[in-house]
Design a protein around this ligand. Structure first.
Ligand SMILES: Cc1cc2nc3c(=O)[nH]c(=O)nc-3n(C[C@H](O)[C@H](O)[C@H](O)COP(=O)(O)O)c2cc1C
Length: 329
């Protein structure tokens, strides 16, 4: 395998393709599905520090890591340097390979408390947080940012200086502003400029939905790693395709229907395990993945219409048989 080119502290992933932190998606089961299909590195969903420190069940679940899972960055969201440092320490003790500070989430639920992308409007606080977290852990520290609060206030030059001064090991850049949310295109030129101007390890992110996109992002920006979010939901095979393209190998075959069916069932069973056997909750959690797995297939609309009837493993099989059974899968 070609040298990954991506290094985060002591962590050297097998390849530079990274599953993005996605709240409600990148739990242990989905990370496993992506890792087994080629992701070099994965992030947890964002973990709110208050929930973590107060021992909320949801936070405990988010930070559940599997032995031998491979490199995982645990992401925290918060705004108080002391609490962020405490939470980071807890993550280190739980076995995370590195800690990621969320300074990119534009959701009001997060920014109203001064966390996520709100930190891009208070760079002194961001620096305090990074300094405090750095001092509290011996594992790697990464930072995930958007490009700034608004298009007329791009703060990536300041972010580069702060990240270098506070001992951050790598920065992920999603080059949309907080105000843009998911509108428009990610401006990859901003990643290129950031990479040109500092010596930090950079993970580029935004709008990569194919191996071609990933290769183009690497060529155009010089980034060390490529992070994929929405493009991996329903398509975890993108990581194997990216890795093959990076190594100059032929593209692996797209999954056939049998492989797709197997993956859906494997993913569902992993979610059931993760939820300690609670099939009903697993079914509810899994619906969003299911609708992406079958997207574009004949019968997908019908599956989406029946989604509310997915309440157990048995009903999942019944609903997806509309897409798979005629083919004898
Ligand atoms: C449903 C969803 C949840 C997300 N949750 C998080 C999160 O918890 N932490 C974070 O830093 N970014 C989060 N993001 C942003 C992604 O990590 C990523 O930066 C963004 O989706 C752009 O990448 P993409 O074009 O590959 O999807 C989320 C995005 C989506 C769509």
């Amino acid at each position: 395998m070609a040298d990954s080119g991506l290094r985060i502290g002591a962590v050297v992933p097998g390849n530079p393709f990274v599953l993005a932190p996605m709240d409600g998606y990148t739990d242990l089961p989905f990370r496993r599905i992506c890792r087994d299909r080629g992701a070099g590195l994965c992030f947890t969903e964002m973990i709110p520090v208050m929930a973590l420190i107060h021992g909320a069940k949801s936070a405990a679940r988010h930070l559940r890591l599997e032995k031998g899972e491979g490199p995982v960055g645990a992401q925290i969201a918060g705004h108080d340097p002391v609490l962020m440092a405490r939470a980071a320490r807890m993550l280190q003790e739980s076995g995370a390979d590195f800690v990621d500070v969320n300074a990119g989430c534009p959701s009001r639920r997060v920014t109203n408390g001064g966390a996520g992308a709100a930190l891009l409007s208070d760079l002194a606080l961001l620096a305090d947080i990074l300094r405090a977290v750095r001092a509290s852990i011996s594992i790697g520290l990464t930072l995930k940012v958007r490009s700034g609060p608004t298009t007329d206030r791009i703060v990536l030059d300041d972010v580069a200086r702060i990240a270098s001064d506070t001992g951050v090991d790598a920065v992920t850049i999603h080059p949309r502003t907080r105000a843009q949310r998911f509108g428009g295109r990610a401006d990859w030129e901003l990643i290129a400029r950031f990479k040109e101007r500092c010596r930090l390890t950079v993970i580029g992110n935004g709008d990569v939905t194919s191996a071609d996109d990933g290769m183009r992002m690497m060529r155009r920006t010089g980034c060390d790693g490529v992070m994929v979010g929405r493009g991996a939901v329903g398509n975890p095979w993108i990581f194997g395709e990216l890795a093959a393209a990076y190594e100059g190998k032929a593209a692996p075959k797209r999954p056939n229907r049998a492989e797709l069916y197997r993956t859906i069932m494997e993913h569902f069973d992993l979610v059931v395990d993760y939820l300690d056997g609670d099939e009903r909750t697993a079914a509810r959690v899994f619906r969003k993945h299911l609708s992406r797995y079958v997207r574009g297939m004949p019968g997908a609309v019908q599956v989406r219409r029946c989604m509310c009837r997915v309440l157990s493993r048995e009903s999942l099989v019944r609903v997806i048989s509309q897409v798979f059974v005629e083919e004898g899968v």
